[in-house]
Design a protein around this ligand. Structure first.
Ligand SMILES: Cc1cc2nc3c(=O)[nH]c(=O)nc-3n(C[C@H](O)[C@H](O)[C@H](O)COP(=O)(O)OP(=O)(O)OC[C@H]3O[C@@H](n4cnc5c(N)ncnc54)[C@H](O)[C@@H]3O)c2cc1C
Length: 413
């Protein structure tokens, strides 16, 4: 086996910077009888883990995706990547993820349009300011340069803001945005270049536990005997886990989002208003991409779009940036948050199932956490000691209700 760096170079030379998806994905034909690891779910989490296993030499890995890559939340999100969180663990994880995002284009050989224009959170009440200040103290302790700004200073960063009713802002210049789709393509292509086989159009319909360990994973294209299964099916994770009688307390919440016609570049940071959950950023192509929280949505896998969302988003956005009053919305869509009870992911083995590993419950931040979680999973499963996320973000933590100590209360934007 080559050292990791040389392997990476070989893989990079092999793919020559072109996007050659058909060679990477196997949408037809038989699947192998056995694999060391079967990852179920071809979203960003499953692919990030696959890539990180393979680059560390564990290549007997299959990814089983029921539809196409980016079919789930990973192809439907806002691409925001931030270090402004409320717990030290999440802040430190995201510091590492941002570093991995910065290197992604070079390491994975694909341009993901990562742009560090910052994140600007806007507060309309003293309570919101207090919440920001509490989080900023922890962020600063970790080395994240977030600071509180007077409203006028926020306008120095975004002159188009209408600051009526805004009492303060929190700004960290090294947060950013990226274009989600090539991120998945980069992971998929490099995982495949290292030997991982990625099967699209391959829904897993059953799991059978083996006495000797591992599972038989049933699909319409055949069955794979896997020593370990990783559940990376996002909002569908409870359904997969139910196949072996494991209960996961996450639930899907539909979130809507939309994109405008392209405008001349003017908006550097992601802007997010705490009170309404409004967020918007300008993509590298110039579109304003954004959403807003519509309270009271029932748990659903539905991915339809509503006029209520569009009207609410338009009203909030134009109140905040009147200059956007005339823009045309070109595309509107929705995707599922995989909502966990304490806002944190669920990782590690399911209780009583040491070979059934979880990588779910990422709420509205799984995209930004995928680089670091994929890396830590890859390290652990190839022999390194497990990172603390695998003992703190377990399914077992919910055995006696929702643990308050770890709760992430900054699931916004
Ligand atoms: C509107 C919106 C905006 C968001 N904005 C952001 C953001 O700005 N930043 C951020 O970090 N995150 C954001 N998120 C959250 C982020 O998109 C998710 O946390 C992340 O994509 C989760 O990745 P995943 O791989 O776990 O799930 P998914 O991408 O949903 O992948 C799961 C995959 O499993 C497949 N699957 C399901 N069941 C089976 C089965 N039985 N057999 C085989 N395959 C199966 C599905 O088809 C799917 O492709 C947003 C989400 C939404 C909906």
């Amino acid at each position: 086996m080559l050292p990791i760096d040389e392997e990476e170079d070989t893989a990079r030379a092999d793919v020559s910077g072109e996007i050659r998806l058909p060679a990477t994905l196997e949408g037809t034909g038989p699947i192998p009888d056995s694999a060391e690891i079967a990852i179920v779910g071809g979203g960003v989490i499953g692919l990030a883990i696959a890539y990180n296993l393979a680059r560390r030499g564990l290549t007997d890995v299959v990814v089983l995706e029921r539809g196409y890559l980016a079919e789930g939340a990973s192809g439907r999100n806002g691409g925001g990547v931030r270090q402004q969180w409320s717990t030290e663990l999440n802040i430190r994880l995201m510091q590492e993820s941002v570093e991995l995002c910065r290197r992604f284009a070079v390491d994975l050989g694909v341009n993901v349009w990562f742009r560090q224009g910052g994140y600007l959170f806007l507060a309309r009440s003293a309570a919101e300011v207090a919440r920001l200040e509490k989080n900023i103290a922890i962020q600063n302790r970790c080395g994240v340069a977030t600071r509180i700004l007077e409203p006028a200073k926020a306008r120095d960063i975004v002159p188009e803001l209408d600051l009526t009713g805004i009492v303060a802002a929190a700004y960290n210049p090294s947060d950013g945005i990226l274009f989600p789709w090539p991120f998945l393509w980069g992971y998929a292509r490099q995982a495949a270049a290292h030997g991982v086989r990625i099967f699209t159009q391959t829904p897993v319909g059953g799991l059978e536990r083996q006495k000797a360990g591992g599972y038989v994973v049933h699909t319409p294209r055949g069955a794979v005997r896997a020593r370990r299964v990783i559940n990376a099916t996002g909002a569908w994770s409870p359904r997969l886990a139910q196949m072996i009688g494991v209960d996961i307390p996450t639930y899907p919440i539909r979130h809507e989002i939309c994109s405008s016609e392209p405008l001349k570049p003017f908006l550097r940071p992601m802007v997010s208003e705490l009170a309404s959950g409004l967020y918007c950023s300008q993509s590298m192509r110039g579109e304003i991409v954004g959403g807003v929280t519509i309270p009271g949505h029932a748990s659903t896998y539905g991915m339809g779009s509503t006029l209520e969302f569009l009207a609410t988003y338009a009203r909030r956005l134009v109140r905040l940036m009147p200059i956007l009053g005339e823009i045309k919305i070109l595309r509107q869509w929705a995707g599922p948050y995989d909502q966990s009870p304490d806002g944190n992911p669920i990782l590690g083995a399911a209780p009583g199932h040491p070979d059934f590993l979880l990588a779910c419950g990422f709420v509205g931040h799984g995209f930004m956490m995928a680089p670091v979680v994929g890396k830590l999973y890859g390290e652990w499963l190839t022999g390194s000691p497990p990172h603390e996320i695998f003992s703190r973000y377990t399914l077992a933590r919910f055995a006696d209700g929702v643990p308050q100590g770890e709760k992430e209360d900054f699931n916004i934007g």
